[in-house]
Design a protein around this ligand. Structure first.
Ligand code: FES
Length: 158
């Protein structure tokens, strides 16, 4: 075998087995990039849908027993695929909020003493009504409807 026939220089046209293999790799790469792009677009559209449709994501209303509310006046739950908190105020009023930060979807924490939410990702603060106090969050925390029926608290009821 001649040594020159096994070497391919840049710009040189190739023949034989190498071209179909390059075409296959290129096609595979295009397919993978297309799938990644479609997944990314799907994720963005789903995030927009979730933002515009409170409680979206399935599951229906959440029911919590009054006895599940802690001495600190809180109960945690999942609603529509998002973590949430039920807060009983000093006046006894119940409020339910998503714990998903409106900036980049980190989970916020509730400080019962200060009566405010804190997002540790970028130092976002929300007041006890979910309104932005400071930091980069562009919107208040999502607030869900609360209905009391006897000993039950129903969150997200229409
Ligand atoms: S994700 Fe909450 S402040 Fe950025």
């Amino acid at each position: 075998m001649n040594e020159q026939s096994a070497q391919i220089t840049p710009g040189e046209k190739t023949t034989g087995l190498l071209q179909p293999m390059q075409a296959t790799r290129r096609g595979l790469l295009k397919g993978v990039l297309g799938a990644i792009s479609a997944f990314g677009l799907g994720s963005i559209l789903y995030a927009i849908y979730r933002f515009l449709a409170p409680g979206a994501g399935g599951g229906g209303p959440v029911e919590i027993s009054m006895s599940e509310i802690s001495a600190a006046g809180t109960a945690f739950f999942q609603y529509g695929g998002s973590p949430g908190i039920l807060i009983r105020g000093e006046d006894g009023a119940l409020k339910a909020f998503s714990l998903v930060c409106t900036h980049m979807a980190c989970t916020v924490t509730w400080n019962g003493e200060k009566k405010e939410f804190y997002c540790p990702c970028h130092d976002g603060f929300f007041d006890g009504e979910g309104r932005v106090l400071s930091g980069p969050p562009p919107a208040p925390l999502e607030r869900w409807k609360v209905e009391v029926k006897g000993d039950k608290v129903i969150i997200g009821a229409a």
